[in-house]
Design a protein around this ligand. Structure first.
Ligand code: FMN
Length: 473
């Protein structure tokens, strides 16, 4: 652990804090128009008006802004200007930046969510970047973000030296840059003996997980909740049912739901009897009819309809946010009476199995992974690989898109658990899988359709002791 201290190259004199109105702002006839809305500013004194106009055009330091105000309104005008400035800041209408020794902007605080941009003071003593800060390159701009913050810092090349140093405790950062980083929530003040990020709350979170959590659970930090249709102008919505694959499909018998309802245990009995079972009966394997019944009762498409946004939606026995139903089920079969081993895709609109891959080097890792995850001694009779057609959800939703998919996986797990239990089958959900192996076995583009869950399914052994209640978790 080192603490670097101030050197002559980083004095406040060479790095200057500047301010401007948000880009695109215009001031005309007493109206300030920005992308966030219009603000009426009646009867502004001449100096304040001159400062405001100048701030629509570019970055000014404090001395330049005060100079304009004093030139028009005298020293007495400064107080009124500060009040107006505070109001603009609270509304997030000002952008703060740091200019380097060459006069070029080094870093700029920008709003990425909702809220004000009032600068925090630079911390005294050593500081370093928050362990949760993330650096994101996109569209020619490198942006530093802290999870949950509505503000981010756009960085120019000259900032790299300071950021690299700020990965450890240092006092050699220009105060104007520290102010931006602190305001964006990306700075960790303290020192090796007073590090506020050593507590359980800060340590237990991986930065990527925290950013994901904050993005979906802090609407002020990342607008885009609900259906915002972020890509609707570039791509059409995907159909509710994926196009049929090649090869002869295996038709599945349609179960008689009335007969099933008449003989089946009650919901309470099913819920109370549900367990995870990690052993299958090789003497009497799962049958094609049972696999078909399970898929029919959990994930078949009962009907489709068109949403008000033009996207084709679906109705299934399990619920789905916005009725988008992006989940697909791929049974990976090693031992099922009446069905050749191999990888299939369940066509939920046609109630049939479409062949995807014969058993081989591409499917073997998926079987092994599921067997290991469930700590089974033999191969599971069937692994239900659950995949998401991401575009179904991402065409409509923005910040909630991926969390919604994970929630749907949970919904599918429980629906499969309950129906499998009611049918007397052995089922166990798994906590992890390999989307790369899934892509290799299916040939699907993992950015368009990838595995997001898996369950092992088979016939229930007569009276099988469990290897471990929490095996493989
Ligand atoms: C999302 C999820 C992930 C799971 N992951 C695994 C796993 O990877 N391996 C495993 O053997 N069991 C796994 N299980 C089963 C749990 O271990 C099991 O539900 C838990 O021990 C409680 O036992 P019960 O299901 O019999 O009530 C998982 C269950 C769920 C719901």
């Amino acid at each position: 652990m080192t603490i670097t201290t101030t050197d002559p190259g980083t004095t406040a004199a060479t790095y200057t804090g500047t301010t401007r109105l948000v880009r695109g702002a215009a001031f005309e006839d007493g109206q300030l128009t920005t992308r966030f809305g219009t603000l009426r500013l009646k009867a502004l004194p001449a100096g304040a008006e001159a400062a405001l106009r100048a701030l629509t055009e570019g970055d000014l330091d404090e001395a330049a802004i005060s100079g304009l105000v004093v030139a028009g309104d005298g020293e007495a005008g400064l107080l009124r200007w500060q009040m107006l400035r505070g109001r603009l800041d609270a509304m997030g209408l000002l952008e703060h930046a740091v200019t380097g020794p060459d006069g070029a902007p080094l870093a700029r605080l920008v709003a990425v969510g909702r809220g004000g941009t009032t600068l925090r003071p630079a911390p005294r003593g050593p500081a370093r970047l928050s362990r949760h800060a993330l650096l994101l390159p996109a569209d020619g701009v490198l942006t530093l973000r802290a999870p949950g913050s509505p503000l981010a810092v756009e960085l120019s090349a000259g900032a790299a030296e300071f950021l690299t140093r700020l990965t450890d405790w240092t006092e050699r950062t220009p105060a104007p840059l520290l102010r931006l980083l602190a305001t964006a929530g990306a700075l960790n003040p303290g020192g090796p003996d007073a590090d506020p990020e050593t507590g359980r709350g800060a340590v237990q979170w991986d930065p990527v997980d925290l950013a994901f959590h904050a993005r979906t659970r802090t609407p002020a930090a990342a607008p885009g909740y609900g259906g915002t249709y972020p890509h609707a102008d570039r791509f059409p919505p995907e159909p509710a049912a994926a196009p049929a694959g090649g090869g002869p499909a295996v038709p599945l018998p349609v179960p008689d739901l009335d007969a099933i309802a008449a003989r089946e245990p009650s919901l309470t009995e099913v819920l109370e009897g549900r367990t995870s079972t990690r052993a299958h009966d090789p003497e009497a394997p799962l049958t094609l009819a049972q696999l078909g019944e399970l898929l029919y009762r959990t994930v078949r498409i009962r009907s489709t309809f068109t949403g008000s946004d033009g996207q084709e939606l679906a109705d299934r026995p399990m619920p789905s946010g916005g009725s988008v139903h992006e989940l697909e089920v791929y049974p990976l079969v090693t031992n099922c009476a009446g069905l050749e081993p191999g990888l299939y895709r369940y066509a939920p609109d046609r109630h049939e199995l479409q062949p995807v891959a014969a058993p081989g080097p591409a499917t073997a890792p998926l079987v092994k992974e599921a067997r290991d995850a469930a700590m089974m001694t033999g191969d599971p009779q069937v692994v239900l690989l659950v995949a998401a057609r991401f575009g179904r959800v991402m065409w409509k939703y923005e910040t909630v898109a991926y969390p919604l998919i994970l929630k749907h996986v949970g919904v599918l797990y429980q629906t499969v658990y309950l129906v499998a239990t009611a049918m007397g089958l052995a089922v166990c959900g798994l906590g992890g899988g390999d989307t790369t192996a899934f892509a290799a076995a299916t040939g699907r583009d993992p950015l368009l359709e990838g595995s997001v869950g898996e369950l092992v399914l088979g016939s229930r052994p007569p009276a099988q002791p469990e290897p471990s209640a929490v095996a493989g978790d």
